[in-house]
Design a protein around this ligand. Structure first.
Ligand SMILES: [Fe+2]
Ligand SMILES: [Fe+2]
Length: 146
């Protein structure tokens, strides 16, 4: 079980991670030539925005303000973080996104395993985790086309 301070720190981590996903996928959607990929990235960005909102609500419910932790995602992506689509193209975008989604899934699973007595929070974490799993599956399937 996590104490309140650690819980808030974890919620802020996900708040930041999800905000970065919204920014990244929105930028990718605008830069993508392939209409189906662009529309899907925009739709996935909208779902990531729901995750931002549900993490923000959990933080506020506990009397704290959602705080964006620097650039939480950049270290995960390394040099690819600044590259939206550009010269790397759809294949690199999909690979980057799969890595990001897998990191989010790993962290959600870990968080879920640490929360015991808050069924409302657990339901939200499970919802977000399953969304990330669906995104990973779509990106992975799409990658086969390239
Ligand atoms: Fe998400
Ligand atoms: Fe996702």
């Amino acid at each position: 079980m996590v104490n309140e301070k650690e819980l808030l720190a974890r919620l802020n981590w996900f708040y930041s991670l999800e905000l970065n996903q919204v920014d990244l996928y929105t930028a990718q959607a605008h830069a993508m030539e392939d209409i189906y990929l662009a529309k899907t990235l925009a739709r996935v960005a909208a779902i990531e925005q729901q995750h931002v909102d549900n993490m923000a609500a959990e933080i506020k419910k506990r009397g704290a303000e959602p705080t964006r932790l620097g650039d939480a995602v950049a270290p995960l992506l390394g040099k690819a973080s600044g590259t939206v689509v550009g010269i790397l193209g759809a294949k690199a975008v999909l690979k980057t996104n799969i890595a990001l989604e897998k990191k989010a899934m790993k962290d959600y699973k870990d968080f879920i395993s640490r929360v015991e007595d808050d069924s409302h929070l657990l339901n939200i974490l499970w919802d977000n985790l399953i969304d990330e799993d669906l995104h990973t599956a779509w990106f992975t399937n799409k990658l086969k086309e390239f």
